[in-house]
Design a protein around this ligand. Sequence first.
Ligand SMILES: [Zn+2]
Ligand SMILES: [Zn+2]
Length: 86
Amino acid sequence: MTELRERDAMLCRSCGHEERASEGYPCKDCGTFICIMCVFKGVVRCERCEANAQHTTAPQGTAAGVAATGSAASSEKSPTLDWPEH
Ligand SMILES: [Zn+2]
Ligand SMILES: [Zn+2]
């Protein structure tokens, strides 16, 4: 019984608890193990990917706001990409 449990047990990368791998789900981004309890709570990413996702989402929102304001004055999309050599 202990053997079976150990073979099946995986460490959840979101809450850190050891849960049955067969009842968990892979992280949406990196595929690491997320336990069923976290999935029930709406967790789809491991702790690291979740932090990563929030980190990348926040600046994007700010950049979009800046771009929206700047685009009216300058060109349409991202001027930095098509910027001529001066
Ligand atoms: Zn968990
Ligand atoms: Zn992940």
